[in-house]
Ligand binder design. Structure first.
Ligand code: HEC
Ligand code: HEC
Ligand code: HEC
Ligand code: HEC
Ligand code: HEC
Length: 451
């Protein structure tokens, strides 16, 4: 199916006199802004869809504060001084401000200038995509054919404003993958949400991105449209939606035995499950996310101790166990700060203690230090994230102190999530809402200490 699509596209374009489709970086400057309609034009008829899209992150992919900070304060200065990453001056925009890349308006003016870069991932960009070029969707290798014809999911749809064409590509995960897989200058997939999905159980079961991020509900897509039983909601909710995050990592914990005596060694096992996402968690911007498991025990007198996770001995395991070390020194290189010591690798969270397990994919810069600059990633550590519909067990071995009072010991396992390492957020003055941790899973178990 995909092969057929790829073979047909160039022919379709040739028929229009366009030559072979130019995609990814080669699409630079091929389409002036005015070939695309503004979202406000679509909103006059597609009211609910427009209101949904306005509050989804994709309509703010260029204007959102953290995106603005990372592009203008890190990526652009880095591109100017380091030839290896010079491509990101244009490249970031292929996914975050695609109309600006297509128009050759690079670098776009900052959001406050109000240019059309601010439209970010807009209605008319997605609905003029006809397919993609190559075998793997990544780095905005979609083909866009702007104009009167809007690509949509259904056949024979009539609109007073435009023509419509049924295009099954919009219903595929590959469509999303064109921007949700990113390959950097070292050839590494530094974002691979679609590839994670592809190797997971949801792709085998035919459940695509749209099913979870654009679920169907009865309604009309336009004011004068027909009543549909399965109108695709343009929610696109992800890590910025507290409800989507809640429960995304489930946790259960149990002791090996329900009874123990002071001085005994107790083993507790926590099971952490990614039961809700169709890809790994964290996915996408995994270089910035912090997902951790924190376990505490409280004895009958109300004294609380923190239990560090047992090590299992895999390569680079240290990178997944919370500690006070520094990282992200490349921020100093990029910003030209002499002798920059780095920032706390695991953030500054009150709810994290050294020894907590962190479920992460460590991104390593060319000098082997952890980085939050995905474009500056030359290697990875061990991928210790949570795969979809799979569980991971962690054990906690605890020698009970001799003075443990008799009675119940309550053990609580909590999973927390933060979108951006807090130390980096604080240093770059990213608003706290971007990195404040949220609790996404919790469970408590009890065992009895005998006299
Ligand atoms: C990120 C890409 C993207 C953006 C942005 C986007 N759409 Fe869509 N839209 C889709 C996809 C994908 C589908 C089809 C989903 C499916 O059927 O699986 C769709 C479906 C639709 C449909 C048909 C719905 C149905 O169920 O029949 C309409 C109408 C539509 N979009 C209008 C809009 C408008 C108007 C905007 C801007 C306010 C917009 N879209 C923004 C990707 C997008
Ligand atoms: C004057 C009103 C009007 C405007 C403006 C308008 N549309 Fe539509 N559009 C419609 C109607 C009506 C339908 C048919 C809805 C139905 O019957 O389900 C439709 C259908 C669609 C579909 C669905 C095609 C399918 O296969 O299901 C898409 C996609 C779409 N419009 C995209 C857009 C985009 C993108 C814009 C802005 C660039 C836009 N529309 C502007 C009225 C409008
Ligand atoms: C079974 C439902 C399901 C499927 C299928 C699914 N997702 Fe998700 N997705 C989720 C949930 C739940 C979250 C919230 C967890 C999170 O943010 O990590 C999420 C989060 C995300 C995020 C934010 C990730 C992060 O950690 O920042 C992106 C981006 C995303 N999904 C894109 C996609 C794309 C693209 C596909 C298809 C290749 C897809 N999703 C398939 C359920 C799903
Ligand atoms: C033209 C590129 C492009 C396409 C195509 C695209 N996305 Fe995105 N998507 C982005 C960018 C860029 C962001 C990051 C927005 C930001 O800056 O936070 C994003 C963010 C998201 C998020 C995270 C929202 C959150 O709460 O943090 C979800 C979920 C998502 N996209 C789903 C999808 C799905 C599903 C599809 C396919 C139907 C899709 N995207 C197609 C570029 C794209
Ligand atoms: C191949 C497409 C693509 C390219 C190229 C790309 N991004 Fe992104 N970016 C995305 C997607 C998709 C997301 C959302 C992932 C998620 O929600 O986990 C994202 C997320 C982000 C975020 C985080 C927003 C948040 O949710 O916390 C920032 C900041 C960002 N990108 C900046 C950049 C910069 C700077 C560049 C260039 C160096 C760049 N991006 C290049 C697709 C891309």
């Amino acid at each position: 199916m995909r092969r057929a699509l790829v073979l047909l596209l160039p022919v379709a374009l040739l028929a229009q006199g366009g030559g072979a489709p130019r995609v990814s970086d080669e699409a630079y400057g091929t389409q002036p802004y005015d070939r695309y309609e503004r979202p406000q034009a679509c909103a006059t008829c597609h009211v609910d869809i427009a209101r949904q899209h306005e509050q989804a992150m994709m309509s703010q992919a260029y204007t959102h504060h953290w995106d603005e900070i990372e592009y203008f304060e890190l990526a652009l200065p880095h591109a100017a001084k380091e030839p290896k990453v010079a491509d990101v001056e244009a490249g970031c925009n292929g996914c975050h401000a695609p109309l600006a890349l297509l128009a050759g308006d690079i670098p776009p003016k900052p959001p406050k200038a109000g240019t059309r870069a601010n439209e970010s991932v807009s209605c008319d960009l997605c609905h003029t995509v006809t397919g993609f070029v190559g075998d793997v969707p990544y780095n905005f290798n979609w083909v866009t054919q702007p104009g009167k014809i809007k690509q949509g999911p259904r056949p024979g749809v009539v609109s007073p404003h435009h023509e419509t064409r049924e295009n099954s590509f919009l219903r595929s995960a590959e469509f999303c993958g064109t921007c949700h897989n990113e390959k950097d200058s070292w050839g590494l997939f530094v974002k691979s949400t679609h590839l994670e999905w592809l190797e997971g159980p949801h792709s085998k079961g035919g459940v695509v991105c749209q099913d979870c991020h654009m679920p169907p509900a009865p309604g009309r897509s336009a004011r004068m449209g027909s009543e549909l039983s399965d109108l695709r909601q343009h929610l696109f909710h992800g890590a910025h939606d507290p409800g989507k995050l809640k429960g995304v990592a489930e946790v259960r914990i149990h002791p090996e035995s329900r009874e123990a005596e002071p001085g005994d060694t107790v083993k507790l096992t926590a099971v952490v499950v990614n039961a809700k996402a169709g890809h790994k968690i964290p996915s996408g911007s995994a270089e910035e996310r912090v997902l951790w498991l924190h376990v505490e025990a409280t004895d009958a007198k109300g004294r609380t101790v923190h239990l560090p996770v047992d090590r299992t001995g895999f390569v680079d395991e240290d990178l997944t166990i919370a500690s006070d070390v520094l990282a992200y020194q490349d921020i100093g290189d990029i910003k030209g700060i002499a002798d920059f010591p780095g920032l706390k690798r695991d953030g500054t969270y009150a709810t994290m203690k050294p020894g907590d397990r962190i479920f992460r994919l460590p991104y390593l810069d060319p000098k082997g230090r952890m980085t939050i600059a995905q474009w500056n990633t030359a290697a990875f550590g061990t991928d210790y994230r949570l795969a979809p519909l799979a569980a991971r067990t962690e054990t906690f071995t605890w020698k009970l102190p001799q003075d443990t009072p008799p009675g119940p010991v309550t053990v609580t396992a909590t999973v927390y999530y933060s979108r951006l390492v807090s130390s980096v957020g604080e240093f770059l003055h990213v608003p706290a809402e971007e990195w404040e941790p949220v609790q996404i899973g919790i469970h408590t178990t009890v065992f009895e200490v005998l006299e």
